[in-house]
Design a protein around this ligand. Structure first.
Ligand code: NZQ
Ligand code: ZN
Length: 408
């Protein structure tokens, strides 16, 4: 196990009616910047609950933060926050609103005029931040309990992650009932994103971390178990038994859009997948995310859509390096008992693709009409940046080309 320091200061307030607790979590004389996305919170009643909980505090609103939050939009919020001298940010929405609000929090007190520097330097230049709280409405990213944000710059087609310990939310409110209004694609994307977060921290080099491995496997299994019930009744396609997994013990036949326990499990599982605990003492990969961000930046696919395409291709490309952990995944998560290490590793890839497809999630770039010629844009970007990803630092531009060819 590698050395590590772990500190996660975010207070989680979980459950039915938790939004009303905002009143106890923000000091009464705070001037609050309330940030949100394109309007889902106004349709599903979350906005009304938040406003009621904020009581008589001074509130300034900034809506319109888009999926894959744009730097160009966020700088407008920074200007507003500075002008109104706000002293707390309350972000209400999915990962994009939370990430965008972390950027706003770091940018308001930022001394340099060039705010993109916060992202370009990956958060290392952040010296202070406005305190931030969140109300999460979409289980997926883990942003509610981590220090990261992913920001897009439309003018240059860039999408980069930044992080700072100052960007951990002070609190995050997780009421599973807020997820009832999510559509099929958003649910599917959330399951896949959480699954891939675990994969990035698990399917790497074995450095003797059995506790972290079993914990990761529990998260994989829980996601697989609850997926059909989470997707029901909006899910199309064959019953889940068709991909060979055992019946979901949690759902136990209780499918349905308003199944509270299913949504509660989904919400907490997605949070756990990227709150930092799984990465303690292990070597991370994160090349699927690195390549995926470029695919979103150039071609506009949703974050999880890129991951479902890249992960299986990356695993095929890296099958020799990752054989040990992939075989462990096959055995402990997918129940594959027979075969050599390499055969089991191949089975893990196959089962994972089947799982994604069972959620109606495509796993090929062809499904998005992206061709061999198009992928050169992504390769070019990696070549120009000169960065390498992966647990062995071997995912450079040449490797990215080979991986993307496997995605076609
Ligand atoms: O904008 P509104 O109107 O709120 O609608 C959103 C948006 O259109 C909608 N939505 C959210 N909650 C809803 C809802 N619709 C109905 N009912 C609800 N309860 O869902 C759409 C997508 O929202 P978005 O926030 O973009 O999705 P997600 O949570 O998947 O976030 C994706 C972003 O997070 C980044 C991704 O790269 C992407 O930019 N990530 C952030 C990470 C982090 N901070 O640690 C890690 C991840 O790997 C990821 O990179
Ligand atoms: Zn992700």
């Amino acid at each position: 196990m590698l050395n590590f320091t772990y500190c996660n200061p975010t207070k989680i307030v979980f459950g039915k009616g938790a939004i009303a607790k905002i009143n106890e979590l923000i000091i009464s004389d705070a001037k609050v910047l309330l940030t949100y996305g394109g309007g889902s919170i106004k349709k599903n009643g979350v906005y009304r609950q938040v406003k009621a909980a904020l009581k008589k505090r001074m509130v300034v609103e900034f809506g319109g933060i888009e999926p894959n939050p744009a730097y160009e939009t966020l700088v407008k919020a920074v200007r507003l926050g500075r002008k109104k001298k706000i002293d707390f940010i309350l972000a209400v929405g999915g990962g994009s609103v939370l990430d965008g609000s972390k950027f706003i929090a770091a940018a308001i007190p930022y001394k340099n005029k060039n705010l993109w520097e916060i992202v370009a330097k990956r958060g290392q230049t952040v010296k202070s931040a406005v305190p931030l709280g969140t109300v999460l409405t979409l289980p997926a990213t883990g942003s509610e309990m981590n220090a990261f944000g992913v920001i897009s710059k439309l003018s240059t087609a860039e999408k980069l992650a930044f992080g700072s310990p100052l960007c951990y939310p002070k609190f995050s409110i997780l009421d599973p009932q807020t997820t009832y209004s999510l559509d099929k694609k958003q649910l599917r994307n959330g399951i896949v994103d959480a699954f891939v977060h675990v994969a990035e921290q698990y399917a790497t080099i074995d450095v003797s971390t059995p506790l972290q491995d079993r914990y990761a496997e529990s998260i994989f299994k829980t996601l697989i178990d609850i997926a059909p019930a989470v997707m029901s009744p909006v899910r199309n396609g064959p019953p889940f038994a068709a991909v060979g997994h055992h019946k979901c013990p949690v759902s136990n036949g209780m499918s349905g859009k308003k199944n509270y326990d299913i949504r509660a499990t989904f919400m907490w599982t997605a949070t756990q997948a990227l709150c930092g605990l799984l990465s303690c003492g292990v070597i991370g990969d994160w090349s699927t995310h690195g390549i995926g961000h470029e695919i979103t930046a150039f071609f506009g696919l949703a974050h999880a859509e890129t991951l479902a395409v890249v992960l299986p291709a990356l695993w095929k490309y890296e099958i020799n390096n990752k054989a040990g952990k992939l075989a462990m995944l096959a055995q402990n998560v997918w129940g594959v008992k027979k075969g050599t290490k390499k055969q089991k590793a191949a089975a893990a890839i196959k089962r994972t693709v089947e799982f994604f497809n069972s959620l109606d999630m495509p796993t090929s770039l062809k499904d998005y009409n992206i061709t061999g010629k198009d992928i050169e844009k992504v390769v070019d970007r990696f070549a120009r940046r000169g960065v390498s990803f992966g647990e062995n630092g071997d995912i450079d531009a040449k490797a990215v080309r080979k991986i993307l060819k496997l995605c076609l």
